[in-house]
Design a protein around this ligand. Structure first.
Ligand code: AMP
Length: 583
């Protein structure tokens, strides 16, 4: 039997284990999750707890629990757990042994080899300590690779193109950013910088402070039990996750504590704007680190061809906004940021085992979807139309994103929601794919909050909902086949644009296709092939579908450019896939 080598992301906050199966990395799950908290504890009966169970006891029994041990690897410091001392290697070994057991349980056989990832900034001593932890956990052979290298592998596979990439990794408790160069299949970390005391936990803490402030303002001086504090921390993190996709989050905890014998419930709203103000200094700090890493690599932002987002906290919209502004490109986050490093480790493991590997495949939207809004232009002292993208290109589907918009007038009765596909900052330069009116709004002053939600599923069905926040009044439209149909619309639009380029005077304009003219037979054949392909695509395997979409694009492009050779070649290739799918 061929031996499986597992890939392990041994993280500060969470750890994951993956294997390579059916030409793709696959995360190993237990109890429906692939994310295992890097916590170790001893319960009151002296039983060892690892992962979720240890994390759950941490707020109540911190002296019996160890977290974030990665920060101490190689330091020589010891930690105390339930009165006994442990070396960091020993605690890490417990986590690794638990991951090994999970893998063995799921795979049904023993696993003795592992690829373990470490931060690029880890010194030799820290790497050595990690290796020792692996040995103590029972792995016979261990290969260590840098986390940004693993991330690049997950995105690029073993591709041989010359490419300069930035990997931005913001986890629960650590942040690092690396400049990575891929050349001739070799992935090299050119420069790296970060802060191993910065991460999502800091964001949670800001929200916890906000809750404490609210409680102090409404109930005066209070002392909370450790359980109540633990519930606030959990609720704060939950609110943070909600704010990554929604403009508001409700922080609710029933019976949080008692005051004068009366139970007190927590009910507090946090807006994304307020939250972003709280965390701006942290994100600013990550931007400084980016500049230092760029300097270290002797590069500027314009030399970076791609930015890969890694670590759960990189899902924060403010991070995307900063990166987009700094690099002028959309960062990539389609490979789950929590799982990307483990997937890359599994790819490296497969390469060691001599398997043919490719990058991780994910279902993503190839288009951006958004709506239009008015924004005040200070320079021109007037309003201008702006495009507000809600679901950005390359987002994994299904997905659901919400934004808040405000009415402009007192007692505004209705709002028209226009739905666009495209990337242009001017709404009219994008393709309008739907619109609707939400009317009967409450009689309130301007600034009435309307929450617009875009939900796109794997079948390309886009649901757009507008909800008046104060009343709950809402209206939804469904746009079928949102992903597929644009190709046609786009074609029509492109034709329209070309007509426009010939001049506004329609009399002089040269129609692109003469009315009544019979299309070339090759074009007719190509159209037929496209229709057939579209029909079959729905039930095709993702790889086939992806190839078909690419070929359909090539065909349309070749038709637009009258490129007969390219057209014939692409039609042939598409027909081959159709033949294979039909048979
Ligand atoms: P990691 O260390 O990479 O596992 O990342 C864990 C951190 O990511 C924790 O602080 C999580 O709260 C945070 N996180 C996970 N999902 C999201 C999300 N959707 N938005 C913001 N932070 C998130």
């Amino acid at each position: 039997m061929k031996e499986t080598i597992v890939g392990i992301d041994l993280g500060t906050t969470n750890s994951e284990v993956a294997v390579f199966e059916n030409m793709q990395p696959a995360l190993i799950k237990r109890n429906n999750t692939a994310i295992f908290p890097s916590y170790v504890g001893i319960d009151q009966d002296g039983k060892l707890l690892v992962g979720e169970a240890a994390r759950n006891q941490y707020p109540v029994y911190p002296e019996r629990t160890v977290k974030s041990i990665k920060r101490l690897m190689g330091s020589g410091e010891k930690v105390t757990m339930a009165g006994k001392q442990y070396a960091p290697q020993e605690i890490s070994a417990i986590i690794l042994k638990s991951l090994k057991e999970i893998a063995e349980e799921q795979l049904g056989h023993a696993v003795s080899r592992a690829v373990i990832t470490v931060p690029a900034y880890f010194s030799d001593i820290q790497r050595q300590a990690t290796r020792e932890a692996g040995e103590v956990a029972g792995f016979e052979t261990i290969k260590m690779i840098n986390e940004p290298t693993a991330a690049a592998l997950a995105y690029e596979g073993a591709q041989h193109d010359g490419k300069t990439i930035m990997v931005y990794d913001l986890g629960g408790g650590t942040f690092d950013v690396s400049v990575v160069r891929i050349e001739d299949g070799v992935i090299e970390v050119v420069a790296s910088h970060g802060n191993n005391q910065l991460g999502g936990d800091d964001f949670d803490r800001k929200i916890v402070d906000y809750v404490h402030k609210h409680l102090a303002e409404t109930h005066g001086e209070i002392t909370l039990s450790p359980e109540a504090e633990a519930r606030i921390i959990r609720a704060a993190e939950q609110a943070k996750l909600t704010l990554s996709d929604n403009p508001f989050a409700e922080i609710r905890e029933e019976y949080l504590f008692e005051k004068d014998g009366v139970p007190v419930h927590l009910a507090l709203e946090l807006s994304r704007d307020t939250y972003e103000e709280m965390i701006t200094p942290f994100i600013d700090e990550t931007l400084d680190a980016i500049h230092i890493a760029l300097q270290g690599a002797d590069l500027t932002a314009s030399d970076i061809e791609e930015v890969l987002l890694v670590g759960g906290s990189s899902r924060t919209p403010l991070v995307h906004e900063y990166i987009e502004r700094e690099f002028g490109i959309l960062p990539r986050s389609e490979v789950d940021p929590d799982l990307c490093v483990a997937c890359g480790a599994a790819i490296q493991a497969a390469m060691i085992a001599g398997e043919e590997v490719s990058a991780v495949l994910v279902d993503i939207t190839p288009y951006t979807f958004g709506t239009g809004s008015l924004d005040f232009d200070i320079q021109r002292m007037g309003y201008k139309d702006i495009y507000v993208p809600l679901i950005k290109k390359n987002t994994p589907i299904p997905t659901r994103k919400s934004e808040v918009f405000y009415t402009m007038y007192d007692n505004q009765e209705s709002v028209r929601v226009r739905v666009y596909q495209g990337e242009n900052s001017k709404p009219n330069e994008n393709i309008e794919i739907g619109e609707f009116l939400i009317s009967g709004l409450s009689e309130v002053p301007e600034g009435n909050e309307i929450i617009t939600t875009f939900a796109l599923d794997t079948d390309g069905i886009l649901q757009v909902t507008a909800t008046e926040k104060c009343s709950g009044l809402s209206k939804t439209i469904t746009i079928d086949n949102a992903i597929g149909r644009f190709q046609e619309d786009e074609l029509a639009r492109a034709k329209g644009k070309i007509v426009e380029l010939f001049g506004d005077d329609t009399d002089d304009a040269q129609p692109v296709v003469e009315e009544g003219a019979t299309p070339e037979p090759e074009f007719q054949e190509a159209e037929k092939t496209l229709v057939k392909a579209e029909h079959l695509m729905e039930n095709a395997e993702p790889e086939d579908r992806e190839e078909m979409v690419d070929l359909a694009e090539t065909i349309k492009d070749a038709m637009r450019n009258n490129d007969a050779d390219r057209l014939a070649e692409a039609v042939n290739e598409l027909n081959e896939i159709i033949f294979y799918l039909e048979s």
